[in-house]
Design a protein around this ligand. Structure first.
Ligand SMILES: Nc1nc2c(ncn2[C@@H]2O[C@H](COP(=O)(O)OP(=O)(O)OP(=O)(O)O)[C@@H](O)[C@H]2O)c(=O)[nH]1
Length: 332
């Protein structure tokens, strides 16, 4: 994510101006900073690993594929480095316009980061989906590539051994040079620290890029929208696999409140594709929507540390996944 504005000292009068502090590659303290992006087929464990590294729930995880639509960054603050994790949607063979947009988003991210880490779940065989991703990744030349064997707690040592060999073979087959192949379990906490150390060693030297303590630079609206979407999908994923989008229309602190008792007002719209889906989301006499609201509110309160008043509306945006105008409106 280097910005080269094409400026040089000759463009400015620099007489009497002290040299600025060293940037990448020249820090006396050896501090490193940079970007790592996890990729992998849906459900590979990318979000869970991001959370394990950051140590807080920043990215939404679910047991169903393709819930991560927004690029959300988790930030690991260390004494020696700042590791910025970019969580991307799962790359997949595009079937809709939304699918194509997501894939473009993924590839743009790959070219901009310092390291791309491909996640291969150890409890599943390498498949065509993995091959597709690695083939696409091989086209991005400059970026360092790391293979991560995820979910090792779900595999036997023999399976893990075979898995690592298969990852190596896939690298050779696709012309991808793995800088490292690392087995981890985000759930058991195995090798997560080692993975962080490996990433840090691959980052360029440079100053911290985010203020100390920041966990994510995703706007609070985006975090709230994801938490609402996760709650709305709960229990109806089979019926509405990829048909729910959430837009936070308004988010502001309620005025005239005692400063010790703030209240955050959030007005959000839950979009579905068809009238029939609206009924599913709302439920009998609104019971489901109330539950969704309660669940999402608790999650948002825990995340942002402020009591929340959440107002949810369900709206129909016909065939939004195929309509460019709707997609733009919904933030894709
Ligand atoms: N046992 C075990 N389960 C894991 C581990 N990592 C992830 N999972 C589970 O695998 C499922 C998918 O994990 P996610 O982190 O959401 O996967 P993802 O790659 O971000 O998925 P998408 O957003 O769909 O691309 C969830 O049910 C996780 O709880 C792990 O190390 N061990």
């Amino acid at each position: 994510m280097n910005s080269d504005k094409g400026e040089s000292d000759r463009d400015f009068d620099v007489s009497g101006v002290a040299a600025s502090g060293p940037l990448h590659g020249q820090r006396e303290d050896g501090f490193r900073s940079g970007f790592v992006s996890f990729v992998g087929r849906p459900n590979a464990g990318k979000s869970t690993l991001t959370n394990a590294l950051v140590g807080s729930k920043v990215v939404i995880t679910s047991s169903r594929p393709q819930t991560t639509r927004t690029v959300v960054r988790g930030i690991v603050h260390r004494d020696d480095a700042q590791l910025i994790l970019v969580d991307t949607p799962g790359l997949h063979r595009p079937r809709t316009l939304l699918g194509e947009r997501l894939n473009d988003l993924v590839k743009t991210t790959w070219a901009e980061v310092d390291v791309v880490a491909v996640c291969f779940p150890a409890n599943e065989k390498i498949g065509p989906g993995d091959r597709f991703i690695v083939n696409e990744l091989a086209k991005v030349r400059r970026t360092i590539k790391v293979a991560v064997a995820t979910k090792t707690d779900l595999a036997t040592p023999e399976q893990i051994g075979e898995h690592l060999l298969a990852i190596q073979a896939l690298g050779a087959e696709t012309g991808t040079e793995w800088a490292e192949i690392v087995p981890v379990s985000a759930v058991a906490g195995d090798q997560v620290q080692l993975l962080a150390d490996i990433f840090v060693g691959m980052l360029p030297e440079g100053p911290p890029l985010y203020p100390d303590g920041d966990l994510s630079d995703a706007p609070e609206e985006a975090i709230a929208a994801e938490l609402i979407r996760e709650a709305a999908l709960e229990g109806v994923r089979d019926e509405l696999p990829h048909s729910i989008a959430v837009v936070v229309e308004e988010m502001s602190l309620r005025e005239d409140r005692d400063p010790d008792k703030p209240l955050l007002d959030i007005h959000a719209s839950v979009y579905v594709e068809r009238d029939s889906q609206k009924g599913i989301v709302i439920g009998h006499k609104g019971s489901r929507l109330r539950q969704v609201g309660t669940d999402a509110r608790k999650q948002i309160e825990a995340m942002l540390g402020t009591p929340v008043f959440l107002d949810l509306r369900v709206k129909v945006a016909k065939e939004w996944q195929r309509d460019p105008r709707q997609l733009r409106k919904l933030g894709f």
